[in-house]
Design a protein around this ligand. Structure first.
Ligand SMILES: NC(=O)c1ccc[n+]([C@@H]2O[C@H](COP(=O)([O-])OP(=O)(O)OC[C@H]3O[C@@H](n4cnc5c(N)ncnc54)[C@H](OP(=O)(O)O)[C@@H]3O)[C@@H](O)[C@H]2O)c1
Length: 268
């Protein structure tokens, strides 16, 4: 039986996508398959995805000219998966694989088909991810709509040109790690001021969540919200001046630039 959507790789990214798509009723569960090599992972997935076919390998009968394939394996396996899916007749490929260009995927394919590359981030695991998508040489607006509808099941989707994917890979890809570092540092700062670690964690993580909610719900810019908590000559102004003196803003600009450049090198 051929499937409408086949997710190859049922690890962290693939399983989060599959669960999001089932909950969003993207298609009937019996129209979706997850291909996963690990027997242990297959067993876990089958329990979490009732009605979805969880299979050990992609076979020719699983694919027809209406099948789309999402590649969610590690980069070293991705080109082989693309080659196989293309050879079996899939008409659309969506890759979440970091550092793998649409040109490299297209070069593995026996015939030209729609290839869309994406860069999601880890909040997709709680359906609050941000993914950027870029189309390859044979992609139509409908193909991009298709990819957006898939990644939209686990968060927000932004369309960019492939040239900008490296910038995305330096910015929103690692951004959860950048923010966790800020959170860690602030917890440490609270402990240095004599707070227990538990209290410091509650204060910092709660404020992190609340500040993000304010940013999203008010629609005000980060600058406006920052000005609202910065009384002239007050405590926040003193703290912010120290951060600016230590060039925190420019450290982030450099971090994103270095990560984007690393992505460019990896893609060559
Ligand atoms: N996790 C993230 O936050 C994130 C963010 C952006 C992009 N990505 C991209 O997403 C991709 C997957 O990442 P992940 O974190 O989900 O990795 P993961 O948890 O290791 O999942 C990959 C899964 O695919 C299985 N697999 C390997 N080769 C296969 C094949 N030929 N057919 C079917 N299944 C196969 C693996 O099984 P074995 O373990 O047995 O090999 C593993 O269970 C990567 O390319 C990564 O660049 C991930």
């Amino acid at each position: 039986m051929a499937f409408k959507l086949i997710i190859v790789g049922g690890g962290r990214m693939g399983s989060a996508l599959a669960e999001g798509l089932v909950d969003a009723r993207w298609c009937a569960t019996n129209e979706m398959a997850v291909v996963e090599t690990s027997a242990e992972q297959r067993e876990a997935l089958a329990g979490r995805l009732p009605g979805v076919a969880v299979i050990a390998s992609l076979e020719i009968e699983h694919v027809d000219d209406a099948s789309g394939v999402v590649i969610c394996v590690k980069p070293e396996h991705a080109e082989a998966v693309a080659r196989m899916a293309g050879a079996m007749g899939a008409t659309r490929l969506l890759s979440v694989v970091a550092g793998l260009s649409t040109q490299r995927i297209e070069a593995t394919l026996p015939q030209p088909i729609a290839v869309i590359r994406s860069m999601p981030n880890t909040p997709v695991l709680v359906r609050k991810g941000v993914s950027a998508i870029a189309g390859g040489a044979h992609v139509t607006k409908e193909d991009l709509d298709w990819a957006e509808s898939i990644l939209g099941a686990v968060g927000t989707v932004v369309r960019v040109t492939e040239r900008n994917i490296d910038a995305v890979t330096g910015l929103s890809g690692p951004m959860p790690a950048y923010l966790y570092l800020v959170v860690e540092a602030l917890i440490e700062a609270g402990v240095h001021q004599g707070l227990s670690r538990d209290v410091a964690q509650q204060l910092v993580i709660g404020t992190f969540e609340g500040s993000a909610a304010l940013l999203v719900s008010t629609g005000e810019t980060p600058e406006e919200l920052r000005h609202q908590v910065t009384s002239p000559g007050g405590t926040t102004a003193a703290g912010l001046r120290t951060l600016e003196n230590r060039a925190v803003r420019s450290a982030f600009i450099d971090a994103v630039a270095v990560a984007a450049e690393r992505s460019r090198q990896m893609g060559r």
